[in-house]
Design a binder for this molecule. Structure first.
Ligand code: ADP
Length: 401
């Protein structure tokens, strides 16, 4: 029997998330998470298919130790990394710059290029690289594939990808709009077309990925033509802890008048802004609970979040000219009916509306929430970045066999 399993690894600076999938039916054989790597209280949580979670707490000094612990847990379920049924390892890599437009089999040259991109992704690419190097050391013979968060957005035209700043300066520092969450936008835009019974080439979709990080994208005929995140994941929508769009002069003002350092401003805008900066909470459930209790601060945070979201729906409507569907996804998009309702409220003249009963339904399945006669479909489409990484990885490995 040929190898049909793919291990998906998402390596952060102090964590590794993993899933082992069987590509014959896309089932999860095991899922897990190693947290607090190199810190006090490291722990591993491993859940095999059909079984309960197993937790392990103890020192895990680095990514090497983390992956070895994962391999050991997988072995206990007969799913070890040495299994001949393992076809490949797929790695989530945050930044692929302009270079990587597709999933790519990793070799030394690819590693060097991911390393060269560290200046534009200082928080993410080093951790992704560590994960890749560790996995390669464990199974040097196995194909390992990098799937980039930026890849789906490399089809953006220059008019959307460039900032209106001096071209030479921009190019010298590789400053342009790269976009992120691309794996999710790719998966959800395709799944939305499927939900409409059409091929991706036939439809124009606005995807709203609303998690703790949030981004919107305009997808024309299966290709991304604009997205809200930019050089870094700070641009665009109001997020859990990030400001999103802002006059860049706010930064000069904070430096000159507020006497804040670059690092302090970085922390302010990435970690202490967005919903948490506005009302002290970044979980939409908590914010809605407070709004329902009449909390003014939470209400203002919610209104600012929705106002920005609406602006992007309008902008991408104009960019696309014709919109067939708007798809909500990720933690907030999939679960918060109130956000979906508020985001399209008042946009009937654009053909946008939600059916209250359909919008209130809770489900893990892709579904339409617009009225039957709506001009534009409004959909809830649960994202599955791990499945998309595994699918892309497996397709590439099959192709080269
Ligand atoms: P990320 O992957 O960016 O960390 P997720 O896509 O998992 O984020 O989304 C997490 C967010 O989803 C939470 O912070 C919370 O705001 C929101 N969320 C999760 N469940 C619900 C729910 N039932 N209702 C409203 N919001 C929810």
């Amino acid at each position: 029997m040929s190898a049909t399993r793919v291990l998906v690894l998402n390596s952060g600076s102090s964590s590794v998330k993993y899933q082992l999938l069987d590509m014959r039916d896309s089932s999860r054989l095991a899922v897990g998470l190693v947290e607090r790597i190199g810190e006090e209280g490291s722990r591993l949580r491993h859940t095999p298919q059909g079984g309960g979670p197993r937790e392990w707490t103890g020192p895990i000094a680095d990514h090497d130790a983390a992956l070895k612990a994962v391999a050991e847990e997988l072995s206990k379920d007969g799913l070890g990394l040495d299994s001949p049924e393992l076809a490949a390892i797929g790695h989530r890599v945050v930044h692929g710059g302009k270079t990587f437009t597709e999933p790519t089999v990793i070799d030394e040259a690819v590693l060097a290029e991911i390393e060269r991109l560290i200046p534009v992704a200082p928080l993410h690419n080093p951790a992704n690289l560590t994960g890749i190097r560790t996995a390669r050391a464990l199974r040097p013979d196995l194909p390992q594939v990098a799937v980039f968060d930026t890849a789906f957005h490399t089809t953006m035209p220059e008019s959307a990808a460039r900032y209106a700043i001096d071209v030479e300066t921009a190019d010298a520092h590789r400053i342009r709009r790269y976009g992120f969450h691309g794996t999710s936008h790719a998966y959800v835009s395709r799944a939305t077309a499927e939900l409409l019974g059409k091929s991706p080439e036939e439809v124009n979709v606005i995807v709203l990925h609303l998690g703790n990080g949030a981004s919107a994208s305009a997808v024309r005929g299966g290709r991304c033509v604009d997205t809200s995140m930019g050089l870094t994941p700070l641009e665009g929508l109001v997020m859990g802890t990030r400001s999103g769009d802002m006059d860049p002069a706010v930064i000069f003002h904070l430096m000159r008048v507020g006497k804040m350092s670059t690092d302090e401003i970085d922390t302010l805008l990435n970690k202490k802004s967005g919903l948490i900066g506005l009302c002290g909470d970044n979980d939409m459930r908590e914010i809605r609970r407070r709004v329902d209790e009449g909390d003014e601060q939470a209400k203002l945070a919610f209104d600012i979040y929705i106002h920005r979201l609406k602006k992007y729906i309008g902008a991408y409507y104009a960019v696309l000219g014709r919109v067939d569907a708007i798809a909500f996804t990720a933690g907030v998009g999939e679960n918060a009916a109130s956000v979906r309702e508020a985001a399209v409220a008042g946009l009937q003249s654009l053909g946008l509306a939600v059916d209250d009963a359909l919008n209130a339904v809770r489900s893990d399945e892709p579904r339409l929430i617009s009225p039957a006669d709506a001009r534009v479909a409004v959909a809830v489409v649960p994202t599955d970045e791990e499945l998309e990484i595994a699918t892309q990885t497996y397709a590439l490995v099959e192709e080269s066999n």
